[in-house]
Design a protein around this ligand. Structure first.
Ligand SMILES: [Zn+2]
Ligand SMILES: [Zn+2]
Length: 259
């Protein structure tokens, strides 16, 4: 796991319209909260060591603004260096979606930060972020046009294995082309959710949309389907924005691990 930093985001902007017992959530998951009115929005990416080389799942914000002031942060270069990751060793970059907190670190000074990697973006996100419902092209996508010129961009819509043991799964709703990643090692599975989840309360209530979800009905359906697979299969789960990203889906809800 790579953490670029975290910022406190207001609780009253989350899970709006639902009767959330924040005191109970805080008692169960104290690490998730910053103070009385805010949660800890961490910006994580994940590195998978596959037989075919390193696979990076998301890239953090890179040089882009987090939107809310960081409480703690490191530079984009420090983010990757902290994992001992050499840019040239990364063979695949999966961008779960094109929000800047996931795709912002894809480029450096106008060129691919990972020069030997194939970058995977779902075509529905590539199309959506060109105009974003009538607004301009998103900053992260604009920076990534160079990948297209270099033919380093895979816009295949297909689910499936992109490297040994690393599979991509379309999980739309948060954005139209949102993807999650399933890592398989023998009988063990790890689901890297992307933005299927923002708060642990959504594990026990997958029908509670995040205020960041574009199409709430599709987002809830994707969340319910993948969390059910994770629960039934006993999969480990890694969540981009949880302060403690790893855990499992228990019948009672999120069960975090300290790693
Ligand atoms: Zn997002
Ligand atoms: Zn996000």
């Amino acid at each position: 796991m790579l953490c670029q930093g975290w910022a406190p985001l207001p609780l009253d902007e989350e899970l709006q319209g639902h009767d959330v017992d924040w005191a109970a959530e805080r008692a169960r998951h104290p690490w998730a909260f910053a103070d009385a009115g805010a949660w800890q929005w961490h910006v994580h990416a994940f590195v998978v060591r596959s037989r075919g080389g390193f696979v990076l799942v998301d890239t953090g914000l890179g040089p882009f603004d987090p939107g809310a002031p960081w409480a703690e942060s490191v530079t984009p270069d420090e983010t990757f260096a902290s994992a001992g990751l050499e840019s040239a060793d990364v063979r695949h970059v999966v961008l779960t979606h094109l929000h800047t907190d996931h795709a912002g670190g894809a480029m450096r000074a106008g060129e691919p930060r990972f020069p030997n990697a194939r970058y995977h973006v779902h075509p529905a996100d590539w199309a959506h972020f060109e105009t974003r419902n009538g607004r301009g092209e998103s900053a992260a996508r604009h920076a990534m046009r160079r990948l297209d010129e270099l033919e380093a961009l895979s816009l295949s819509p297909d689910d499936g294995e992109i490297a040994s043991g690393v599979s991509i799964v379309h999980s739309p709703g948060h954005t139209p082309g949102h993807r999650s990643v399933v890592v398989t090692d023998g009988d063990d599975h790890l689901l890297l959710t992307g933005d299927l989840l923002h708060l642990p309360a959504q594990v026990s209530h997958p029908d509670w949309p995040s205020s960041h979800d574009l199409d709430t009905a599709r987002a809830c359906a994707s969340r319910e389907a993948l969390l059910a697979r994770a629960r039934e299969g006993g999969w480990e789960v890694g969540v981009s924005h949880f302060a403690r990203p790893f855990g499992r889906v228990d019948p009672q809800g999120w069960s975090g691990t300290d790693s």
